[in-house]
Design a protein around this ligand. Structure first.
Ligand code: APR
Length: 314
């Protein structure tokens, strides 16, 4: 059987962590790509990770490179290239820089790995997925943003901490944009099938939701740079669902046109992920309050995309 191939663009904190999780799960061969200035560093990281294989017991070829030709034949490409958010940096500065980086990376991927399913991680996520789609012209089914898997993991972590119970038993659903813009749905959050509201009072749950929304900022403040273990873990969770054609239902930034009445933007929604990328977008019932939250989140996503479009043209 042919091994799957995963290319990870950007071998920094998030990219290298993606490689570690993907190798540990033995998802396939891994190609780590970074800019030519970091060619040696990238090769070094790949070699270092390969040398974990006898201990962690995975068989995979791991390559560090700055040549996009090495991504040919990739099943999945995870894009983490770009600068992370630094304390005090404006959103516009981040968009401007990362639109350029993600745009040029996407053009290279379209050329060398035209059949791949793309998972975008670079921030601001909602605008970067749009950029990657514009620059690759891939079918929307194969352009997916990672945000929800991370946001929901943060939310589940905080609920498990609160209840002192296993995170495995917390299931949840959230929608909308990334981070501050996410729309958690307590009505669809359960602890081993029992509604979370039977365990946690509304006021306390609101505080937990707030912490999950600001989860990225909390880490930036502590570390001086953005998170990487959990963003990488969320990305590899998606890659695994695609590579193994698991048809898992995960919250992803997916292109929604008629779905939820979004009208042609990438927004966090529950998706079924399989070998073709997004196999299905699931439309859940929303009450008036949830609908309002989603609409306001979508409005923010549109603002971000307009900003990115301006920089793409400029
Ligand atoms: N091609 C390939 N790699 C690139 C390119 C490019 N054109 N431009 C930049 N990179 C690489 C950088 O050289 C760097 O190694 O992307 C890497 C980014 O790594 P870090 O600076 O460590 O940033 P990281 O914390 O990994 O975050 C990357 O993911 O979660 C998001 O907000 C985060 O947008 C940020 C991205």
């Amino acid at each position: 059987m042919r091994r799957a191939k995963i290319s990870i663009i950007g071998a920094g904190n998030v990219g290298a962590s993606c490689a570690v999780w993907a190798a540990a799960k033995e998802l396939g061969d891994i190609v780590l790509v970074d800019i030519p200035d970091f060619a040696d560093k990238t090769k070094g990281k790949a070699l270092d990770l390969a040398q974990c294989s006898p201990i962690e017991r995975f068989d995979a070829n791991i390559l560090g490179t700055s040549d996009y030709a090495d991504t040919a034949g990739s099943d999945v490409v995870i894009i983490t290239a770009g600068i992370p958010r630094k304390p005090g940096m404006s959103r516009d500065d981040l968009v401007q820089t990362n639109v350029k980086i993600v745009g040029s990376v996407s053009e290279q991927i379209a050329k060398h790995a035209p059949e791949a399913v793309l998972i975008i991680v670079s921030n601001p996520l909602d605008a970067m997925v749009y950029t990657a789609w514009q620059k690759t012209d891939f079918p929307t089914q194969r352009v997916i943003g990672q945000a929800g898997c991370l946001d929901i993991a943060r939310y589940r972590t905080f609920i498990a901490m609160e209840l002192n119970c296993s995170v495995e038993d917390i299931t949840a659903l959230l929608m909308g944009g990334h981070g501050d813009d996410m729309v958690p749905l307590p009505r669809y959050t359960s602890v081993a099938g029992i509604p979370v509201t039977q365990f946690i009072a509304k006021e306390r749950l609101d505080e937990i939701i707030k912490r999950a929304k600001m989860g990225g900022g909390e880490i930036v403040k502590l570390m001086g740079t953005s998170a990487y273990y959990a963003p990488a873990s969320g990305s590899v969770q998606m890659a695994e669902a695609i590579i193994k054609d698991k048809r898992r239902i995960l919250p992803c930034a997916a292109y929604c046109n008629e779905e939820y009445g979004v009208g042609g933007y990438f927004v966090g929604v529950p998706c079924m992920l399989g070998k073709n990328g997004i196999e299905k977008i699931i439309e859940v019932e929303l009450d008036t309050e949830e609908r309002k939250l989603l609409d306001s989140s979508v409005a923010h996503v549109k603002e971000l995309v307009e900003l990115a479009e301006g920089f793409m043209k400029g």
